[in-house]
Design a protein around this ligand. Structure first.
Ligand code: RUB
Length: 314
């Protein structure tokens, strides 16, 4: 294979990953971030250009393709920014740095999920029933760790319409052997008194500690607040958004109406809306479990400042 074939293969692979993120074959904020890091690494390795200007432009184009896939998850833009932070002024040096950054991001992301499990599981007592929404690796890490530590726990999982990520959650829980009840999303208020804690993941944590997560999360938080049930968020630090310090709002992804109603087109007076995420104000969050510790939402600003750095806004 000559260098132009290798480069062509590189872009095909990157576009395949981008398409898998778009269609949600790869989904969940952590997995999206790791897939993007891996795709940039693969692209840098396949890219054979001699001049630095060309390399820089090609890498920028690759990053833009990935960034255009799903607008809400800040894990994606944080991972791209971390991987693309290279200093070298020659192509082979820059390539080496990108590969190293991507490997480092992927392994620290996986470690963070484990550490969140360790930290967050301390909030779960034996005998507890935990309610979770959608399918979050970080939230399930807490639940699985509590169970593996010998705590006798049960789970209530929501379906998470319209994409039914709850089925992935019950599949995972079935595999590790945790007794689970599956409910429709609108049953949360009816069963909240059977739950001792709510544990959910995060797509974004803003500078003021608010949570952006799967649509329906904010209703669950309100219900948990009313019932005085602790509401726990599991979020790696790369899910905190530096841009929100600069006042930027988080874009909420609106997905296709077809996910909600297959023959939406036959209605002339009905418009189907399909926002994929919603915002839970920080007042309804008891604790955010990160790999750096369990923090009150009000400390989010410090996580952004100290762990992510201002330069990520560039
Ligand atoms: C997934 C979702 C998850 C977060 C966190 O939405 O809202 O709660 O992404 O997941 P979608 P994780 O299915 O639309 O991607 O903890 O796995 O990163």
């Amino acid at each position: 294979m000559d260098s132009s074939d290798a480069a062509a293969l590189g872009i095909v692979r990157l576009e395949k990953t981008a398409q898998e993120i778009r269609t949600m074959e790869i989904r969940g904020a952590g997995r999206i971030a790791r897939a993007a890091a891996g795709a940039l690494k693969g692209y840098a390795e396949a890219l054979f250009v001699d001049d630095m200007e060309g390399f820089r432009e090609e890498m920028k184009r690759a990053a833009e393709i990935l960034l255009s896939t799903r607008p809400t998850a800040v894990s994606l833009s944080n991972s791209v920014a971390m991987v693309m932070r290279y200093q070298a002024s020659d192509v082979s040096g820059a390539r080496r740095e990108i590969v190293k950054n991507a490997d480092r991001f992927i392994s620290s992301s996986l470690k963070a999920v484990d550490r969140i499990g360790e930290i967050g599981s301390k909030r779960i007592r034996s005998g507890d029933t935990v309610l979770t929404h959608c399918n979050s690796e970080a939230a399930l890490s807490i639940i699985a760790r509590a169970y593996r530590d010998g705590k006798d726990i049960e789970v209530i999982a929501t379906e998470s319409r319209p994409r039914m990520q709850g089925l992935l959650t019950i599949g995972f829980l079935e595999e590790i052997g945790i007794s689970t009840e599956l409910i429709v999303d609108s049953a949360v208020r009816s069963v909240i008194n059977d739950a001792d804690a709510v544990v959910v993941g995060a797509d974004v944590i803003t500078a003021n500690g608010s949570l952006v997560n799967k649509i329906g999360t904010s209703q669950i938080a309100l219900i948990a607040h009313e019932a005085r049930t602790p509401f726990i968020v599991a979020a790696e630090t790369y899910k905190f958004s530096p841009a929100t310090i600069m006042g930027e709002l988080v874009e909420i992804e609106e997905r296709s109406p077809d996910e909600v109603l297959r023959d939406a087109g036959r209605y002339r007076h009905v418009r189907v809306r399909n926002p994929a995420f919603d915002v839970t104000p920080h007042q309804y969050i008891d604790v955010i479990c990160t790999e750096a510790g369990a923090i009150p939402p009000e400390m989010s600003y410090l996580i952004i400042k100290e762990r992510l750095g201002w330069e990520m806004n560039d």
